[in-house]
Design a protein around this ligand. Sequence first.
Ligand SMILES: C[S@@+](CC[C@H](N)C(=O)[O-])C[C@H]1O[C@@H](n2cnc3c(N)ncnc32)[C@H](O)[C@@H]1O
Length: 276
Amino acid sequence: MNTDNLDDLSSTNNLDHTSSLDSLGNLEVTASQLAASQNNSQSDFQDKSQRSMEVQALFNRIAPVYDQLNDWLSFGQHKVWKLMAVQWSGATLGDCCLDVCCGSGDLARLLAKQAGNRGRVYGVDFSVQQLQVARETTPANLAIEWLEGDALALPFVDSYFDAATMGYGLRNVVDIPQALAELYRVLKPGAKVAILDFHQPQSSLVNDFQQWYLGNIVVPMAKWFNFTEEYAYLAPSLARFPSGREQVRLAEKVGFTEVVHYSIAFGLMGVLVAKK
Ligand SMILES: C[S@@+](CC[C@H](N)C(=O)[O-])C[C@H]1O[C@@H](n2cnc3c(N)ncnc32)[C@H](O)[C@@H]1O
């Protein structure tokens, strides 16, 4: 049960108990409130599971064109931003690293180059089709293990990784605090995570450009690939995405320290860097 609901319930209880009759009545109210609260958390859980399955299906469908579209839509710049995330993650030679929501794998591949022959990288995603592309496009000399798994329940023991990255995943998970908590759990004390994603620019000029770009470049190009609906999710997902400052607060809340959000590419993109 979510603790907000518990807080609601306990505050209601404090107001009641004015007479024995009332207190009996209040007990009934409390029981029904408890049931309502359980229903709420159950429906919240069902809603998240449903949305999660939709996200998974979407990324499975777009897997065949995902890399090419990314290259075109960012004029190849996403590779530069991903390299920046790898640097900010603090990964070095010989490290055991994690890339969550790895998709078709190019951030994991950059991480593997950084970790070198003696290092090891795990790329985790819940889209089987994306992982298939990742496997097919990764040279054999890169030490990467591709794993089907959920960012909200990572298949690793606590304090396992020296560094972690996430590229364009945080905006897509259905529970951002839980994804951050999982990253925190699997990192070794002192290790860092770097999370790259879109960013809502502060400047209204850049913001207007971003809206124009999403509507006039991204959507038509996706239409050309027959994926109009699939790419229409981008603008609303960005509108819902927490600002850099909110991301810092969320990361601190799960225990991270030295949390900084860097805005890059004229504020169109951001990298959240946090240390365990
Ligand atoms: C926009 S893609 C980013 C892929 C890659 N990191 C990149 O930068 O190109 C987002 C990825 O997150 C994955 N994803 C979303 N929610 C997930 C979850 N709960 N667990 C695992 N993967 C998830 C999707 O399947 C998708 O491959």
